[in-house]
Design a protein around this ligand. Structure first.
Ligand SMILES: NC(=O)c1ccc[n+]([C@@H]2O[C@H](COP(=O)([O-])OP(=O)(O)OC[C@H]3O[C@@H](n4cnc5c(N)ncnc54)[C@H](O)[C@@H]3O)[C@@H](O)[C@H]2O)c1
Length: 323
């Protein structure tokens, strides 16, 4: 049985990975400082197989201790959000860049790690006019968050080239699903929309709503991580992780309302800085290297997410038709 380290394992994507690994009977260690992650996300896991270490990715000793004895490292821990990185670029850089270097260096020193899978982001492509975005395109980050992920990618390549650390870079497009936090200034669009519609409020769209995104249900991302760690030919790859379909944010608001059995009228507010206009992934490489097609499409994913948000948002009013 392999031992896995999931950094950021108390967060949205990390906790979905941890639950899947535990369900598969694997041994998992979580390293998280609970800055945006929650203990509640790790509820119900078998303590005999899941070990939780509270520690900071910027703390070299904590990272080395967490990596020791692990076969695979799935590095999800980071400070997400473009707006957060615009407000505080220094902390985003410290966590996302230094934290990632600590993980790579710990994997090298520990000597037991077969492979490190790192969560990168579609934001590294910036606003390139060419769609879909293919992995060979130049990196043109628009925000400190995107720049931190581009830097992380550079370090992963450098550790592979100079130290032989096996690394796989997964460029997630917009991920959604259970346990994604709908609250706070830096919440992502799908949980914000679910929260608003369930509370009987109008979902807020920044910009004209015609910007597009390629949304992926979290189970697809979990599967991509497990395959990236274990499929022999994935070593050294950089792969988009997405569905390869795009939707406007206005269209998304309707789909979220539809998944809740209602309609909605979004509220348009001025666009925010650092955001790309259009995003669509070429997923051919992911499909051929990892040998799978994302099993859950946007509509099905929204239905699954709707069930979760209905059950988990305390005090959420029943969405009323026509709101
Ligand atoms: N959600 C998306 O749509 C998306 C898109 C592209 C890339 N990503 C990347 O995927 C990864 C997971 O994102 P998520 O959406 O689950 O975010 P999240 O905020 O829910 O999870 C991140 C986790 O990292 C932990 N963390 C943050 N700083 C830390 C530190 N200094 N030390 C230890 N742990 C720390 C947080 O507590 C949290 O549990 C991140 O690397 C993110 O950049 C996410």
């Amino acid at each position: 049985m392999a031992r896995w380290l999931v950094t950021g394992g108390a967060g949205f994507i990390g906790s979905n990975i941890v639950h899947r690994l535990a369900a598969d009977g694997e041994r998992v260690r979580v390293l998280d400082d609970f800055s945006t992650g929650k203990r509640a996300n790790l509820r119900g896991l078998p303590p005999a197989r899941v070990q939780v270490i509270e520690g900071d990715l910027r703390d070299w000793r904590a990272v080395l201790a967490a990596v020791r004895g692990c076969d695979y490292v799935l590095h999800q821990g980071a400070l997400g959000s473009v707006p957060r990185s615009l407000a505080d670029p220094v902390t985003t850089t410290e966590v996302n860049v230094l934290g990632s270097v600590n993980v790579l260096e710990a994997a090298r020193r520990a000597g037991c790690v077969k492979r490190v899978v790192l969560a990168s982001s579609s934001s590294v492509y910036g606003d390139t006019p060419t769609l879909p975005k293919t992995e060979g395109m130049p990196l043109l980050p628009l925000s400190p968050y995107a720049a931190s992920k581009a830097a992380m990618e550079g370090f992963a390549r450098a550790f592979s080239a100079s130290h032989g650390v096996e690394a796989v870079l997964l460029r997630y497009f917009n991920v959604f699903g259970p346990r994604q936090d709908p609250k706070g200034a830096y919440a992502a669009v799908i949980p914000r929309f679910f929260h608003a519609v369930l509370a009987g409020e109008r979902p807020v769209i920044y910009g004209d709503g015609n910007q597009t995104r390629d949304f992926t249900y979290v189970d697809n991302v979990v599967e991509a991580n497990l395959r990236a760690a274990t499929v022999p030919r994935a070593a050294g790859e950089v792969l988009n992780v997405a569905c390869g379909e795009r939707v406007t944010i206005l269209g998304l608001a309707s789909l979220v309302a539809e998944a809740l059995g209602t309609t909605t009228r979004p509220l348009l507010q001025p666009a925010r800085g650092g955001e790309v206009r259009h995003s669509l992934a070429d997923v051919e490489r992911m499909e051929s290297v990892l040998g799978f097609r994302p099993p859950v499409d946007l509509r099905r994913g929204l239905e699954l997410a709707a069930g979760w948000y209905r059950g988990s948002l305390p005090g959420a009013k029943k969405a009323k038709r026509g709101k």
